[in-house]
Design a protein around this ligand. Sequence first.
Ligand code: NDP
Length: 322
Amino acid sequence: MKALVLEQEGVPGQIRDLAPGDLPEGDVLVKVSHSSLNYKDGMALAGRRGIVRSYPMVPGIDLAGTVAESASPEFKPGDAVLATGWGLGEEHWGGYAEMARLRAEWLVPLPAGLSAQRAMALGTAGFTAMLSVMALQAHGVAPGGRVIVTGAAGGVGSVAVVLLARAGYQVAASTGRPELADYLKGLGAAEIVDRAATAAPGRGPLARETWAGAVDTVGGDTLAGLLRAAARDGCVAACGLAGGSALATTVYPFILRGVTLAGIDSNYCPQARRLEAWGRLAREMPADVLDGLFRVVPLEQAQGLSEEILAGRVRGRVVVAL
Ligand code: NDP
């Protein structure tokens, strides 16, 4: 079986020929058909600190395929499944291999109506977008409201724009790539906002109440700017750090406007919420729109794309075909 293997930190991965016996322990063996490239995969492939916990490592935080062998009563050979997170590609060998052995409780049955390729076109990025939408809705951000998605042309951002627009929100897409305005409007964005304006909405600790809700993939000054410009009882779902991990803010948005800062962790999200999110993705993400926001590459190209995604040059999503 072919696999991309990271042998040590800072050394690019190499395609290796492994035997299924080389795989780590687990009760289900999956024949992987597709994985994907997420920002975190880019970090692992580029040798950034703090992602890969042990070597050798097969990266790939997402995978989809078919059960080949199962010692679990939950799954049988032939079942179509997907897995995202749970430390795949970080602590446990992930999806950049033709076979993966993992624990049954990490698997999600492929939702009806979703192919393995489309599931990976969503992947952790799409799943995170849905978790963010669910957080906004749980905090009372109702359809019709004006919401903003930052890093909008990236993977999480693109899916979030589609989901929110389809659910009836007025979506602003915040981007540093104005040349992608047509792409973002095609996904459902009603307005395009310059990334710099999102990060600096006027002076002072509170800006004009602008956003009923926000999905933030950028962090740093952008997240601080969203909190300042959040409307009364608004909610900001913080899921990313593409622009920085520091957060300099004040308590005023929270104590004077009742703003909620909702944290999103897709990696160790509990199974019940996972199943709900994947069910909603299968129902709410139109296949024709999804098909317009990803491209498919062979495993051999994943390593070379790592710097592209870290530099914010990837549009939408990248599926890795095994
Ligand atoms: P992408 O690279 O596909 O998208 C990130 C986008 O952020 C870029 O396309 C770009 O959008 C914008 N961006 C990039 N660099 C900067 C910068 N320096 N300043 C401001 N904006 C920038 O990554 P993903 O969509 O896969 O992931 C987005 C973020 O979400 C990452 O930080 C990732 O780690 C995080 N994430 C978190 C998860 C969780 O569970 N919490 C799960 C999945 C992802 P544009 O060109 O439109 O401005």
